[in-house]
Design a protein. Structure first.
Lengths: 236, 314
């Protein structure tokens, strides 16, 4: 499986560079702090505030994880090896995406200690919103990473790739504000694109199939665009 | 094995290749020779399906590079100008990765990695991280990568650049060796390399083919009329006009080597040299050196790329 080969190699190189470790350390520190401070203030056995803020930290962190995916291959010219092998751009993009997604899933899995800690002290913990929240977090991660993969195909400069994905993600985060600005169909249309609005429904324990489909389509669209961008390199 | 027909490539408005035609037979080593920026790398990138041509047709092993790009890529090994290496990987895991994307089954992969490393002299370096290898060994890993899947066609972009003289000789011998089971195109701007390894040379200049021929023929054509360099000690009363009478275009540099004179001359026929030799010995001249001047590939190259005789040789 060529996709798996790409994914495996990518995961290896994630852990050879310090980036993955630093992102992990920073994220875990912040989430640990959030868990403690939220619990200390609200004194409520709910993970909603922590998961909500964790998503925002991930929005900041994921461009750092995705920026090198294709950019680095271009810069070090290893892209010539990939594109002259019998492997399609779609397989390359998918392999890269999966590698980053696995990393992201591990990162998320590390935060499962907090619901467990909470459960220890509050045995009647409401697991529904927590499970749907984690599902939302995974779907959100797919969306974040797909935008990052796309941004990384556009340039051989990692900083530019990170900035493009960061900018786009923030925009998709705050699209939801449009419905307050224009209280009409137009405002509603824009805010429908907001990943944040949809994610917060998961946090409230709502597993809406529309939202799941939205995230799936969102992710696939960016991956498709990334494949196209990688192919188009040859035509320039 | 390889065929390019009227390939033209534009980068925006810059024409990198113009009406490029090329045919390479199975088992041949073809050298692409040209100054930097002549279009060597572009031609190779088109053949390896890394870049599309703006117009024209090309095929490798009977497969069209546009229609059957995957089939072409399966049959090609390519060493780009910068070896495509992942610095953080060990040689072994890198080659294993290449084997995976080259569709080699696990058992074959292991055996091929062993074989290729032995052949290229990487055996002792399999466990080393690529980052810690010297330039010469990185180049070898690049070559190992291109050979791994035993491709029918090998395309090597300046395979000896940046290597020390010993390594250059090793790689050259390796390339010659490989020609037994592979068809090879290599590019270089090092002239002796072409004379030593390649059967046929394509000289590219400004995106056009300036000459295609065997190394011997190119040299023979460039030499033209027979020429000699002569160093002799002439008696004091020697009349230099004697030489000029025989060879009107002789350049005489008087007394440049202590008490001897050096001159170069070009004659219409080889037999004219015999006459001149007889006259000079009769005049009591002492010969210190007589060297026939042969054009090297370097002369051919310079002549062609500087624009002289371009039309005649093309």
């Amino acid at each position: 499986m060529k996709v798996l080969a790409i994914m495996k190699r990518e995961l290896q190189s994630f852990f050879f560079s310090p980036i993955a470790y630093i992102v992990f350390a920073a994220f875990m520190t912040i989430v640990g702090y959030l868990f403690w401070i939220v619990l200390a203030t609200s004194k409520m056995a709910t993970l909603e505030p922590m998961l909500y803020n964790a998503a925002f930290i991930l929005l900041l962190a994921s461009p750092v994880l995705t920026m090198r995916l294709i950019s680095e291959e271009k810069k070090s010219r290893t892209i010539e090896l990939l594109l002259t092998s019998p492997i399609s751009p779609a397989e390359i993009i998918l392999g890269k995406f999966l590698a980053c997604f696995v990393l992201y899933a591990v990162l998320i899995a590390l935060t499962l200690q907090y619901p467990l800690i909470m459960w220890y002290y509050a045995p009647n913990l409401d697991w529904g919103p927590i499970i749907s929240g984690y599902i939302g977090l995974l779907l959100l991660g797919g969306a974040f990473i797909s935008v990052g993969v796309f941004a990384s195909t556009l340039t051989e400069n990692q900083i530019i790739a990170a900035m493009i994905s960061f900018g786009s993600l923030v925009l998709f985060w705050i699209f939801g504000w449009a419905k307050h600005a224009f209280e009409n169909a137009f405002g509603q249309m824009i805010s429908n694109l907001s990943v944040f609005d949809r994610y917060s429904e998961f946090l409230r324990g709502i597993l809406d199939s529309g939202n799941v489909v939205f995230f799936a389509v969102f992710t696939l669209t960016w991956l498709f665009l990334a494949t196209r961008a990688l192919e188009s390199d040859r035509w320039r | 094995m390889i065929e390019m027909q009227n390939i033209t490539k534009y980068y925006d408005n810059f024409r990198a290749l113009n009406n490029f035609n090329l045919k390479v037979e199975k088992g041949e080593i073809l050298g692409l020779l040209g100054p930097n920026g002549a279009g060597k790398t572009t031609a190779m990138r088109i053949l390896t399906c890394f870049l599309p041509a703006s117009s024209g047709k090309a095929s490798v092993a009977g497969f069209d590079i546009f229609e059957d790009s995957v089939e072409v890529r399966r049959r090609l090994g390519y060493l780009p100008e910068t070896p495509p290496l992942y610095p953080e990987m060990s040689v072994n895991s890198y080659l294993n990765f290449v084997g995976e994307i080259r569709e080699l089954p696990k058992s074959v992969r292991k055996q091929r990695i062993g074989y290729v490393c032995e052949r290229i002299g990487l055996d002792a370096y399999k466990g080393r991280v690529i980052n810690t290898l010297s330039k010469g060994y990185r180049q070898r890993v690049g070559l190992a990568q291109a050979l791994l899947h035993n491709p029918e066609v090998l395309i090597l972009d300046e395979p000896t650049v940046g290597l020390d003289p010993n390594q250059i000789i090793e790689i050259r011998n390796l390339v010659k060796d490989l020609a037994q089971d592979h068809t090879i195109i290599l590019s270089t701007h090092i002239l002796p390399e072409v004379s030593m390894t390649c059967g046929r040379v394509v000289i590219i200049n400004e995106g056009e083919i300036a000459a295609v021929d065997s190394v011997q023929n190119l040299e023979k054509n460039a030499t033209g009329r027979p020429a000699w360099k002569i160093v002799l000690k002439a008696p004091d009363n020697f009349d230099w006009q004697t030489i000029v009478n025989k060879a009107p275009d002789a350049q005489i540099n008087d007394l440049i080597q202590g008490d001897a004179s050096e001159f170069k001359l070009r004659l219409n026929r080889s037999e004219d040299f015999d006459d001149l030799f007889k006259v000079l010995t009769k005049e009591n001249c002492v010969f210190r050196e007589i060297t026939p001047i042969k054009a090297t590939l370097e002369d051919v190259f310079l002549k062609i790329t500087l624009g002289e005789e371009r039309k005649e040789n093309a």
